[in-house]
Structure formats: structure tokens, C-alpha cells
Ligand binder design. Structure first.
Ligand SMILES: [Zn+2]
Length: 431
């Protein structure tokens, strides 16, 4: 309720050119969404002529259009022949960051700049049909403030779970390694040894983190480390997971190298991010424990075509790209659970749905399974199954629409025509 009041005020605060992405706030008791086609992402069944009844921020009911007549005061949105489905979920974003890997740009980012990036990127992401994100890494807890600003209706953006600063070892992927020692640059989440990592988990939670993000191995876009080398020890990760889980937070582990993937999985993390060098032992352990794999593969295609990386990142990107897709494909075929993550920020925000095109048209996943990675599975990984991931009464009214059935061509998800989040319309190019 509070958020709707604030949204209604926004247009009076900004000149017209800046309000195009502001929601069309409706004061009606109910909103009826007339859907030409409605896709059930659980079964893949396409229903014709359905109406979704939205009350406040929630789906109240869904039934054949003939059965739901509008009442006085209802707002009616006729989406014509569009195909309606749940808003998509991206479980690996960095909304406060932009795709610029010039070292001087990187070291001159401030929390203020990152907050401004976040406001702009949250809007772009939402308008692309991503109604929920898990944001896995931001300096200075800027992501906490962005999440809160979105939730209060101050700025448009997706529902967010945020990690705050990435937790990692000294000199690792999650440290700041671009400057020599006299600058004393240290990443916000750097910690070594079990007591120190436990303290960092507790500190991140203190300042607003919904989940914990750690760096289990080296990475690509960091100076002087090896993506295949493990960084945290098994014992450090066990300490992290024990604290996080006891305090009600899930753990996401950045991991490229096979040993780091295995150790993080054995330590009990909830998801492995990237997983580029995943091997049979890691696949078996992830399957045994039900650990999610979050591949971030479209970024490789984008980088090869348009990337402009400094030399100390460039070779690592080539090496990882040479093996990641075939390894991830084996993990998919073996039945490891997959949730869609993109690493948006490594390439421009808003291209998130390209990730599903890679799963289907390069790795051979069925379109329905791919869609489930960005809906049902992603919601499960986030612990938000009761709130989102499917269109069902009682869940958030997070609803998108596209021109065609995405099961015929997942690329149609790259051009979303209608976006409602929490019962508020942010985009309507229907009809
Ligand atoms: Zn990332």
C-alpha cells in the first residue's frame, strides 16, 4: 500500500521525459489482465483466453475469461493475442556495476557512482522482463540501499535479494588487486581464516545482506589470480556456511576450478556460480546434495564479439570460454539442478534473456526446462517459491507478456512487451 502511494507521487517530482519508466499506478480495487494465451511454466501447457485477477500486489485468481466479468472499479488490461507468463528471475546480477573493465575506471568507482548505476540498471532490467534478481556482489552495501529504494517505491526495479560485499581471500578474485601496496587497497569483504570469515558473514548480515556470496576460486575479471586455483579452504567455507545457514542466509559460491566447486559443494553452499571447469566428481556431489549450478554463459559470446578487456583479463576469458560450455552441458545432461544467472554487468544490463538462448540453442536444453531455470528453479534457489516463479493465486503479481509462445522460440523473451511487477504496470506495448 505504501509503495503505491509513493509511486503515485513520483510523476509530480520529475519532469515528463524522466517518468516514462514510472509505473502506471492504478487505484482500482482489482486489475483484470485479459491474456490471449497463458503459459503454465510447470507443464508447458498453453491456455487460450485466460484472465488473471490482480488485487494489490498479489494474484487473486486465474480463470477462463468467460468466467470473470469486470466489476465497477476494476481496471482491465487487454493484452490481445500476447502470451503471458511469470516474470523472469535472474539469480546472478551486479546491478550497481557497468561493463567497463578499463583499470582506471574500476579504481575510480565510488559508492555514489555505483548507486547511480544501480538506479539506472534496475530500471533497464525490470523493463526487460526480469521481475526478480539475486544480486551477488556490490561494494559498500550499495545493493542494500538499492533494494530498499525499490521496495519503498522510490525507484523502479525488480524484487531483489542482495549479498553486499563479496567475501574472499587476500589477493583473491574478490579482493582489489589493481594497485600496488602503497595504496593499501583491500576489498570490502576480504577475510582469511575461519574466525575472520565468520566475522565477515555476520558483518554482512548486520548491514543488510539477504544472502552470502563467496569466492571459492580465482576468477576471470581479476588481476593476478587463476580461475582454476582454489582460494578459500574447505574449512573456511564450512565455517562460512555454518554461520550463514544458522542465521537464515543461503550461500552462493563463485567457483570455476573443479576442486573449488567440489569443496564449496561439500561445505554445503546452495549454489555454484559459473562452474566452468566442473568435473565428474563435482557433478556427482552437486547431484547428491541438490546444489544448484548457475551457469553464466552468454557473457562469453558477448565478450568474444564485443568485449574489450585489458590483457590480464583477456587470456583468462579465452581459456575459460574454450571449456565452459561443454563442461556445463555435461552437468546439465547429468541432471544437476540449474538456475538462470547471467552476470549482467559483465555485458550490458537488459540482455539477460539471451542466457536462455544459449541453454536451448547451444547446449540442447528443452525450451520448457530453460524457462524453468528462470522461473521455478530460480525461485526455489532463492527460497521464494511461495512468492514468485509461477502464476498462481497468492503469489506476487509479477507478469510479463511476449509476442509468441517462448516454447516455440525462447528468443522471443529478448523482446518483452508487457511488464507488471507487484501489481504495478511498468511497460505495456501490447496490441
Ligand atoms: Zn558475478
Amino acid at each position: 500500500m505504501l509503495s503505491k502511494l509513493k509511486l503515485a507521487i513520483v510523476p509530480f517530482l520529475f519532469p515528463a521525459p524522466f517518468i516514462s519508466a514510472q509505473p502506471t499506478a492504478t487505484h482500482a480495487a482489482r486489475t483484470l489482465i485479459r491474456a490471449g494465451h497463458l503459459l503454465d511454466v510447470k507443464t508447458g501447457k498453453l491456455l487460450d483466453g485466460e484472465t488473471i485477477v490482480v488485487a494489490g500486489d498479489t494474484i487473486q485468481s486465474i480463470a477462463p475469461t468467460a468466467q470473470i466479468t469486470s466489476q465497477p472499479g476494476d481496471a482491465v488490461i487487454d493484452l490481445g493475442a500476447l502470451t503471458v507468463l511469470p516474470g523472469l528471475i535472474d539469480v546472478h546480477t551486479h546491478l550497481t556495476m557497468n561493463p567497463n573493465f578499463d583499470p582506471y575506471y574500476e579504481i575510480t568507482q565510488t559508492s555514489a557512482k555505483e548507486a547511480i548505476n544501480g538506479v539506472a540498471n534496475a530500471r533497464v532490467t525490470l523493463l526487460a522482463g526480469i521481475t526478480t534478481v539475486r544480486n551477488v556482489g556490490a561494494d559498500g552495501f550499495v545493493d542494500v540501499d538499492l533494494r530498499d529504494a525499490i521496495n519503498s517505491g522510490q525507484v523502479p526495479g525488480p524484487h531483489m535479494q542482495v549479498s553486499g560485499p563479496l567475501i574472499g581471500i587476500t589477493g583473491g578474485h574478490c579482493d582489489d588487486n589493481l594497485l600496488p601496496i602503497q595504496y593499501h587497497a583491500v576489498g570490502d569483504g576480504v577475510a582469511d581464516g575461519s574466525p575472520a570469515v565468520q566475522h565477515m558473514v555476520r558483518q554482512n548480515i548486520k548491514y543488510g545482506a539477504d544472502l552470502i556470496k563467496i569466492c571459492a576460486t580465482g576468477g576471470v575479471l581479476s588481476k593476478g589470480d587463476d580461475p582454476q586455483a582454489s582460494q578459500f579452504t574447505l574449512e573456511e567455507m564450512q565455517a562460512i556456511v555454518a554461520d550463514a545457514h544458522r542465521l537464515g542466509r543461503k550461500v552462493a559460491a563463485h567457483a570455476h576450478g573443479a576442486q573449488g566447486i567440489l569443496w564449496a559443494t561439500e561445505a554445503g553452499v546452495d549454489s555454484i556460480e559459473h562452474g566452468s571447469y566442473i568435473d565428474d566428481a563435482a557433478i556427482a556431489e552437486m547431484k547428491k546434495r541438490g546444489t544448484y549450478l548457475v551457469p553464466t554463459l552468454y557473457l562469453e559470446d558477448w565478450m568474444i564479439e564485443k568485449g574489450n578487456l585489458p590483457p590480464f583479463y583477456h587470456q583468462k576469458m579465452i581459456d575459460v570460454s574454450a571449456v565452459a560450455k561443454s563442461n556445463i552441458k555435461r552437468a546439465m545432461q547429468a541432471g544437476v539442478k540449474i538456475a538462470m544467472g547471467t552476470d549482467a554487468a559483465v555485458y550490458p544490463h537488459g540482455l539477460n534473456a539471451h542466457e536462455l538462448d544459449v541453454y536451448v540453442n547451444q547446449l540442447g536444453m528443452t525450451p520448457l526446462s530453460a524457462l524453468q531455470t528462470a522461473t521455478i528453479n530460480a525461485a526455489d534457489l532463492m527460497g521464494w517459491t511461495a512468492k514468485t516463479g509461477t502464476l498462481e493465486p497468492g503469489k506476487w503479481a509479477d507478469i510479463i507478456a511476449v509476442d509468441k509462445n517462448p516454447l516455440d522460440d525462447v528468443r522471443v523473451l529478448q523482446d518483452v512487451k508487457f511488464v507488471m511487477k507487484g501489481g504495478v504496470v511498468y511497460k505495456n506495448e501490447g496490441k
